[in-house]
Design a protein. Structure first.
Length: 400
């Protein structure tokens, strides 16, 4: 039997604001899993080849050292667009035979099955000569950050249905109270330092290994808590919350995706938001996710980009990696805070903050990169890798 390889590509289409400054689109956590992990799970294969924008090659190679990066795959290969979340049309993607491709209704490539490496670039460029095309009537590729929130319910439920975490045994945690009939999975290494209430009436809950939960926490499914997290006393995780590894959380969260190594260790509300890696939200940081008119939220993803309609009445902030906020910070509905920003203003934070800005009441100054790198090391208790450092330097002072 011929082995079918798996290659996933980032076509750099769409616009995800600061979320893809430091990662490929398929590396984004889009539920309990990253998109890459979900595609691998749904297709039953590990990716052997990853294709990413050149500026990301070194950092992606560090994170996925078993994969060939930006190298044409050899042999029979299933090529998958990294903006496909691995949800709708999974059976059609899995069933593609050599020489077949699946396009979404606007002609964008979702996936193909190839037997010649030279076909990849031509396919991505729209050259479909000799390819049998299947057309989907549905939109299968995400294009904006808010599309991840639109799909969060489906993604979380799909991911949590295949969790490796064992079914919880409530007797293991005497202070645990559970309501509802959906699945509850808690790793035996999880510590609970007081009463914890889990509401599984509306969806499953998964809490990964080495997580510490302080007393009087309330968790509502569907919800995912990644490994090594710490949930503070009286924390409230409402429906559709996904926390990446090694995050510290307190206050109230809802309909929010957090990547990893991020701290929100004090009170404050965070809702309908997507937060990058290595962020620190100061005590009393609060966000708005609803206009006072209850109308549609528009989002400006970059300072030089127009504000766009989201189709959502509830849309909180989008934060890039390594964002920090001072105590009492107020982030407005649909705001976008760029990579490496520090927000320390007494009024409302900027609606769209350019990356590496140090914002105070005096205005915007450029954030010193060396100081930021030291902060990153302190946050992670490990220095940035050489590839990470070079990428941040490039983002801080883009080459003309």
């Amino acid at each position: 039997m011929t082995t079918l390889g798996l290659a996933i590509f980032d076509d750099a289409a769409g616009h995800f604001g600061p979320l893809t400054d430091t990662r490929a689109v398929f590396e984004l956590r889009t539920g309990a899993l990253t998109t890459l992990q979900r595609i691998e799970q749904r297709l039953g294969a590990n990716a052997a080849n990853l294709d990413v924008p050149p500026r990301l090659r070194a950092v992606v190679a560090e994170r996925h050292n078993s994969c060939a990066i930006n190298t044409p795959p050899a042999g029979l290969t299933r090529l998958v667009n990294g903006r496909w979340l691995g949800l709708d049309a999974a059976d059609r993607v899995a069933a593609l035979e050599p020489g077949q491709a699946l396009l979404q209704r606007d002609g964008q490539l979702v996936a193909a099955c190839l037997d010649e490496p030279r076909q990849i670039e031509s396919l991505r460029a729209g050259d479909l000569a000799g390819i049998h095309v299947q057309q989907s009537d549905d939109t299968l590729l995400v294009e904006r950050p808010w599309h991840l929130l639109d799909a969060l319910d489906a993604a979380l439920r799909a991911d949590l249905a295949h969790t490796h975490v064992p079914q919880a045994r409530p007797e293991h945690w005497p202070g645990l109270t559970v309501a509802g009939s959906h699945a509850l999975h808690i790793d035996p290494s999880v510590q609970m330092l007081g009463p914890v209430a889990v509401d599984a009436r509306h969806g499953p809950v998964v809490i990964e290994r080495d997580t510490l939960i302080h007393g009087f926490a309330a968790i509502q499914g569907p919800c995912y808590v990644g490994p090594g997290c710490e949930l503070g006393a009286h924390v409230t995780l409402r429906r559709l919350t996904s926390l990446g590894p090694r995050c510290r959380l307190a206050g109230e969260l809802a309909v929010t995706i957090i990547q990893e190594h991020t701290n929100k260790a004090h009170h404050g509300y965070l809702g309908c938001a997507i937060v990058g890696s290595g962020c620190n939200l100061g005590a009393g940081t609060d966000v708005s996710n609803l206009k006072n008119t209850l109308g549609e939220v528009r989002v400006q993803l970059a300072p030089d980009a127009p504000a766009e309609p989201t189709g959502r009445a509830r849309q909180g902030p989008i934060l890039g990696d390594h964002v920090r906020t001072a105590i009492g910070t107020r982030l407005m509905t649909g705001s976008v805070i760029g990579t490496g920003c520090m927000i320390a203003v007494s009024g409302y934070a900027p609606k769209c903050a350019a990356r590496f800005g140090f914002y105070t009441d005096a205005g915007r100054a450029e954030h010193d990169l060396d100081a930021l790198l030291i902060t990153i090391e302190r946050m992670r208790k490990a220095p940035p890798t050489d590839a990470e450092r070079k990428l941040l330097q490039r983002l801080h002072a883009p080459v003309a």
